[in-house]
Design a protein around this ligand. Structure first.
Ligand code: NA7
Length: 536
């Protein structure tokens, strides 16, 4: 497949979004091809092979729901599946629906240009391949471009350097090694307990402490599966149509301030014992009311104090300067307890700044050398926009996407961009995306796009383009809803704050998957309100 044989749709990425899009669009009769930079399907789960990598949404819910037969054919072994199992699932799905034949691996898109004459995208890869397609769908992931901060002296380090998001396929042997981990986000919090089991010494360099709740991961058994299948339809439908995060569960309906302290603590304790992200669902106002939020933050701090024996280390691990949940809550298996091990040490970079990385380790504070053999950068991603901004996407009228987004991402529904015809984003900025169970959001976007292309084909139109007015109104709405929450109070990757020079604004749509689904459905029902069609 190449420029000689134009496609209907070119999909960028063969993670879960790309896979489902191939399946749906091919089934609807479109000629499709997906380009994937990696060597296999799986996206996030292909690249993030670091020790301890696992999903923080329960596997039964973090899985495709579009085919109930598929659900009966695949068994998750644990409540929260580890990366190898999720990757195996992606491969299973790709084989099951014969998707491999429409994927080109080792192909990274470098430039895509819309031709207003032919109303086609011309796409070019780093390998020099050239594709033509009527529609271009960027399913390139929200957390797919590693963030490599400018750490002074990194190039001088004589040991091995790894980034959690680009982990070697063959794995890494840390036995007998002195390992340093930079960062304490979700990737670090998952990997630290596992690396500590192997390493001779482990130094954790923390700039900002994170809030983490226990996963209480465990094997799934027949009883779990019986319960799941008994309620499966209800769970799936409710997650899609009646929740904010696309996760079915028990959502508190009261304010944290409506109940007394004893009752509040009882509810937090119950959530802590249950484990997982639904800790934040204990009360309805934890993400919107600072005082309510602080009650939950205080509870987690008390847990950290109880779990970490050394009072000074415990104190340094306490997050204080942003509301709980406004950076993504972490879900861990033994993170805080790891600091009780004699060979694990926390370095608080707020008190002892990282001065320089040198040949044999890290210098911090006033000249303390932490000797290291290996350095693990758990420094996150250029989230949500990174993969889109790195491709030169030109609209055929002299504008690139990077220029259009100079002051921050602008989309209509997180799905389309004004001035860029026949371009779709999956789980893009301005959609619930990373605030939701990605599987729920991916399925909704893939289905919406497929219906849209099918409707366009039926009407004889050559394409579709979001209007500038619709985009502006949506950008305002996303900001307005975001500003009603506590999210803008944290320097998070949701805000673009983790990447130097990136515009600061709250990128995902916090209105929730249920509301958002309705809005998207209304737009379609009203003949794609806010879009204009391209004449054939
Ligand atoms: P995150 O959550 O962005 O965490 C990155 C961590 O790296 C965080 O603790 C950062 O501290 C730290 N960091 C980044 N740059 C530096 C420098 N220059 N010096 C010291 N520390 C630094 O990424 P993850 O990969 O853990 O998780 C991303 C998402 O993937 C996660 O939320 C899940 O949804 C899955 P900071 O907080 O910026 O001070």
């Amino acid at each position: 497949m190449d420029a000689e044989h134009p496609l209907d749709v070119l999909i960028i990425g063969a993670g879960f979004s790309g896979l489902y899009l191939i399946h749906l669009l091919r089934g609807a009769g479109f000629r499709v091809c997906a380009l994937e930079a990696g060597g296999d399907v799986g996206g996030t789960w292909y690249w993030n092979r670091y020790p301890g990598a696992r999903c923080d949404v329960e596997s039964l819910q973090y899985s495709f729901s579009f085919d109930p037969t598929l659900e009966r054919e695949w068994r998750w072994s644990e409540r929260y599946a580890a990366q190898p199992e999720i990757l195996a699932y992606a491969r299973f799905v790709a084989r099951r629906f014969d998707l491999y034949r429409d994927i080109r691996f080792g192909e990274r898109l470098s430039r895509a240009s819309f031709d207003p004459e032919t109303k086609e995208w011309q796409a070019f890869t780093e390998n020099g391949s050239h594709y033509r397609a009527r529609f271009l769908i960027m399913a390139s992931g929200c957390l797919s471009v590693p963030n490599l901060p400018a750490l002074p002296g990194l190039e001088d380090f004589a040991g091995r350097i790894f980034h959690t998001g680009r982990w070697p396929e063959a794995g890494v042997d840390f036995r007998g090694r002195r390992v340093g981990v930079i960062g304490t986000g979700s990737s670090a919090i998952q990997s630290i307990p596992v690396i500590a089991r192997e390493a001779a010494a482990l130094a954790v360099f923390q700039r900002t402490p994170n809030y983490s709740v226990p996963a209480h991961n465990r094997p799934l058994d027949e009883a779990d599966y019986a319960a799941w299948f008994a309620a499966r339809d209800h769970i799936r439908t409710t997650a899609r149509t009646a929740t904010v995060a696309g996760i079915y569960g028990d959502y508190g309906t009261e304010s944290a301030l409506e109940v007394d302290e004893a009752e509040r603590l009882r509810r937090y304790e119950a959530r802590w014992q249950a484990g997982g992200l639904l800790f934040m669902a204990a009360f309805r106002d934890l993400r919107i009311d600072a005082e309510a939020n602080e009650t939950a933050a205080r509870f987690v701090r008390s847990k950290i104090r109880a779990l970490v024996r050394d009072p000074e280390t415990a104190e340094a691990l306490l997050p204080r300067d942003y509301p709980i949940g406004t950076k993504r809550l972490c879900v861990d298996s033994g993170y805080y307890e790891t600091f009780n091990l004699p060979h694990v040490r926390l370095f608080d970079l707020r008190r002892q700044p990282l001065v320089r990385i040198v040949k044999r380790g890290v210098m911090c504070g006033e000249g303390t050398l932490v000797p290291l053999d290996d350095l693990v950068l758990a420094t996150g991603f250029d989230a949500m926009t990174g993969a889109l901004m790195r491709v030169k996407i030109e609209n055929g009228r002299g504008l690139t996407l990077a220029e259009h987004w100079r002051a921050g991402p602008r989309t209509y529904l997180g799905l389309a961009v004004a001035g860029f015809p026949n371009l779709f984003l999956v789980t893009g900025p301005g959609s619930p995306s990373v605030l939701s169970n990605m599987m729920v959001s991916i399925e909704q976007h893939a289905e919406w796009i497929t219906e849209c292309l099918t409707a366009l084909r039926a009407s004889g139109a050559a394409g579709i383009e979001a209007s500038a007015e619709a985009e502006a109104a949506w950008v305002d709405h996303v900001a307005e809803v975001g500003n009603r929450t506590l999210f803008p109070r944290a320097k998070s990757w949701y805000m673009g704050a983790n990447v130097e020079g990136k515009p600061r604004l709250f990128m995902p749509y916090v209105g929730g998957v249920a509301v958002y689904r309705e809005i998207c459905a209304d737009v379609a029902r009203e003949g794609y309100r806010g879009f204009t069609r391209l004449a054939a």
